[in-house]
Design a protein around this ligand. Structure first.
Ligand code: FES
Length: 389
């Protein structure tokens, strides 16, 4: 409870006691004293009413849970004040009657003035009712004022909330503007990055095509170079059927030298002179033996091809493959001249290599090899262009 309400309450008690004490004094006073005392009582009751109204307003500021107790007190004080005012009203009526009728007036008068008295009493009752209505109206007006004050307080609080919400919305609007700017910036960057990615992908695809084209062109040139070199070697071999071919510096570094089995004479052998026939036996893959009479100087590749045996001779006898691989009978192996480095290199690539393996194109028939026996291996390997790399 506020200190102000307590002060109002103390003042109300003093004013009410003063009014009651004066009311009790009135019957024993003369006319003048009575008039002064009634005015004092009226002032005291007015003060009481005013204090009750002040207390009522003060209670409106309290929390709703505390109001009921003080409203009960205020109703009690208001009733006490009303009782004093009714008593004052009666005393004022008596005074008015005294002033109006003087000594002729008496509550116990006979029926001489009954009609006037009834009329006055009716008027008094009417005035009392009017006064009561006015008091009720005043009370309603005070209550309305109180309600209006509460409504104003609520409106003030709502106004503050609305202003706070407006500030919040303004701040949010600022944040939204910043967000929109940020999103636009991100969108521009994404678009730029997308175009950069497309450009990088296009460049990579172009580079891949260029690399593939370069590799293809390089491979084609190398194949063509190898073909040209091989062709030159074959021509040179044809021009020099005997002896070892050595090409210029560039080709020497790329291809092996060609040997004396001229391709122009490939598959062509000489007819042996009577009495000078030499004998050679080929053992083919199926185990069958084929013996021929040949002339001195013919190589085994030409002899085999002349008699349609299965010996490929892919390089034409230039010691550049191993498809003329033969396995020599050990009895005759030492009669054959030692293989040179080129033949040994090709033999290293042959399938089914044995200790008496040789290349048929590099073995020429001599008198020492009369009766020679060679076997054809089950498989041969044709050296390809890539093997020169
Ligand atoms: S035929 Fe090629 S090395 Fe004898």
């Amino acid at each position: 409870m506020s200190e102000l309400f307590t002060t109002y309450e103390s003042d109300f008690q003093l004013a009410l006691q003063d009014a009651k004490a004066r009311i009790a004094e009135v019957p024993g006073l003369d006319a003048n004293q009575r008039k002064v005392t009634l005015q004092a009582i009226e002032s005291a009751t007015d003060e009481c009413l005013e204090l009750v109204d002040q207390m009522s307003l003060e209670v409106q500021n309290l929390p709703a849970s505390q109001r009921s107790t003080y409203n009960t007190k205020i109703r009690q004080y208001r009733n006490q004040t009303e009782e004093s005012k009714q008593r004052l009203s009666q005393l004022l009526d008596d005074q008015d009657k005294q002033e109006l009728f003087g000594n002729r007036y008496s509550d116990h008068d006979d029926g001489i003035h009954d009609s006037q008295r009834k009329q006055l009493l009716n008027n008094q009752s009417s005035l009392d009712r009017s006064t009561q209505r006015l008091q009720d109206s005043q009370r309603v007006a005070l209550e309305t004022e109180s309600i209006g004050g509460n409504i104003l307080n609520d409106l003030r609080a709502q106004r503050e909330q609305i202003m706070g919400a407006r500030d919040t919305l303004t701040a949010a609007d600022g944040y939204i503007d910043k967000s929109v700017k940020t999103l636009k910036s991100i969108s521009r960057r994404i678009t730029a990055n997308k175009f950069i990615s497309y450009a990088i992908i296009a460049v990579l695809i172009l580079l891949i095509f260029l690399v593939l084209a370069s590799v293809r062109a390089s491979a084609t040139m190398r194949v063509q170079s190898a073909g040209v070199a091989l062709h030159k070697n074959l021509i040179a071999t044809a021009m020099k059927p005997k002896g070892k071919l050595r090409t210029n510096g560039h080709l020497q570094g790329t291809f092996r030298g060609l040997h004396t089995s001229a391709p122009l004479f490939h598959g062509h052998i000489h007819k042996p002179k009577p009495g000078e026939e030499l004998h050679i036996t080929f053992i083919t893959k199926d185990g069958s033996q084929h013996t021929f009479e040949v002339a001195e100087g013919d190589n085994l590749l030409d002899i085999a091809q002349a008699y349609n045996l299965d010996m490929e001779g892919a390089c034409g006898g230039s010691c550049a493959c191993s498809t003329c691989h033969v396995i020599v009978d050990p009895e005759f192996y030492d009669e054959i001249p030692e293989p040179d480095d080129d033949e040994n290199d090709m033999l290293d690539l042959a399938f089914g290599l044995t200790e008496t393996s040789r290349l048929g194109c590099q073995i020429k028939m001599t008198k020492e090899l009369d009766g020679l026996r060679v076997a054809l291996p089950a498989m041969t390997r044709n050296l390809q262009v890539r093997d020169f790399n």
